[in-house]
Ligand binder design. Structure first.
Ligand code: ACO
Length: 321
């Protein structure tokens, strides 16, 4: 059977790391408050000459190297971002140009923090229907550009970065590698809980991120537990079979609460929120690449990806590496 197999991972972070203590010098907050409420200890913030496309391109190059393939073999680039370089063209096309692999398919997906899950499921469908053979699926963000640095309830939570995977259509056995199941959801009625108060069609400005944190927290725990159960039900596997959960890194308390709801031991959950903060669509592939490179996630492991974000949007995918 034809499945989409993850054959390489990569990631990129800006050079500039900002600790909670450094942030507390210009925002009315403290290391203690941020660590206790979120688990975040530091975040990376892009310099003026670092863009979503530059971070994405670095992550893509690392993923191509890990997969051992040349950029010229890539026929599809799906890039998830809510902070594109420009309103158009799609940032994916700029990554394609930087990699020198023009001619194939390249487009952006906008599902905020769930963007990588949406991009992965989209690329998986396109590979399995034969529209391309090899794809780059990228999550990349420069959220620092849409934060209101006067709003301590949001600006301490986010960071910049990018992660990428190479996805290849392979003919595999039933128990072989590849994406086994994916589920996606959206509920647009919850827009006001997490949104950006600008945009080309409304204010003509870029705008700033606004969030009702408590409400988001409550919905995230319920929606994530439900979608994980749905994905497992699509397969003949159960929670005990999962080797690793690679979740969206929003908040350590959301990760703990979701793991508890599924009875999953916290040692199986990859956590990078302490180092990267919330990098929106970049967080899942960044966390995946971290755990692949430090040797935790190995070939043959069963890995669950999950995320929830603005919209609301949420989703999960189960893959054998
Ligand atoms: N530093 C110090 N004090 C702060 C800060 C800060 N950075 N931010 C808020 N406070 C204060 C508030 O002013 C308030 O003070 P008061 O009691 O005197 O009024 C107090 O801390 C409590 O504020 P709450 O907003 O009620 O704090 P809460 O316990 O809900 O924690 C948080 C806030 C961390 C945002 C939490 O609601 C949360 O994690 N929500 C999930 C949201 C999330 O992670 N979103 C990411 C995007 S969506 C996604 O990725 C899933």
């Amino acid at each position: 059977m034809i499945r989409s197999v993850i054959t390489g991972t990569g990631s990129a972070l800006p050079a500039n790391c900002v600790t909670n203590a450094e942030l507390a010098e210009r925002v009315d907050t403290s290391d203690d408050w941020i660590v206790e409420r979120t688990g975040i200890r530091q975040r990376y913030i892009a310099d003026e000459d670092e863009f979503t496309s530059t971070l994405a391109t670095k992550a893509a190059r690392a993923a191509l190297e890990a997969a051992g393939i040349d950029a010229s073999e890539i026929g599809l680039i799906v890039l998830a971002t809510a902070t594109p370089d420009h309103t158009f063209p799609a940032t994916a096309t700029q990554v394609q140009a930087a990699l020198g692999c023009g001619g194939g398919i390249a487009f952006d997906v906008q599902a905020v923090c769930s963007g990588f899950l949406y991009a992965l499921a989209t690329a998986d469908s396109m590979l399995r229907t034969g529209m391309a053979q090899k794809a780059l699926v990228i999550g990349a963000e420069t959220f620092s550009r849409i934060l209101d640095w006067e709003d301590r309830t949001t600006c301490v939570l986010f960071g910049d970065g990018a992660g990428a995977v190479v996805l290849e259509a392979h003919d595999v056995a039933e128990d072989g590698p590849g994406i086994l199941a994916s589920r996606l959801h959206a509920e647009g009625a919850h827009k006001d809980m997490l949104y950006v108060d600008g945009g080309p069609s409304t204010t003509g400005t870029v705008g700033h991120l606004r969030m009702k944190g408590r409400e988001v927290f409550r919905h995230a725990v319920v929606n994530l537990a439900d979608v994980l159960k749905e994905v497992l039900a699509d397969t003949d596997l159960n929670a005990g079979d999962i080797d690793w959960v690679v979740p969206h890194q929003a908040n350590a308390r959301i990760l703990d609460a979701t793991a508890r709801k599924l009875d999953l031991p916290s040692e199986k959950v990859v956590v990078t929120v302490d180092r990267h903060a919330n990098t929106s669509a970049a967080s899942v592939p960044l966390a995946l690449d971290t755990a692949v490179r430090d040797g935790r996630i190995k070939q043959g492991d069963l890995v669950m990806f999950e995320a929830m974000g603005g919209g609301f949007t949420w989703g999960a995918s189960l893959a054998r590496m």
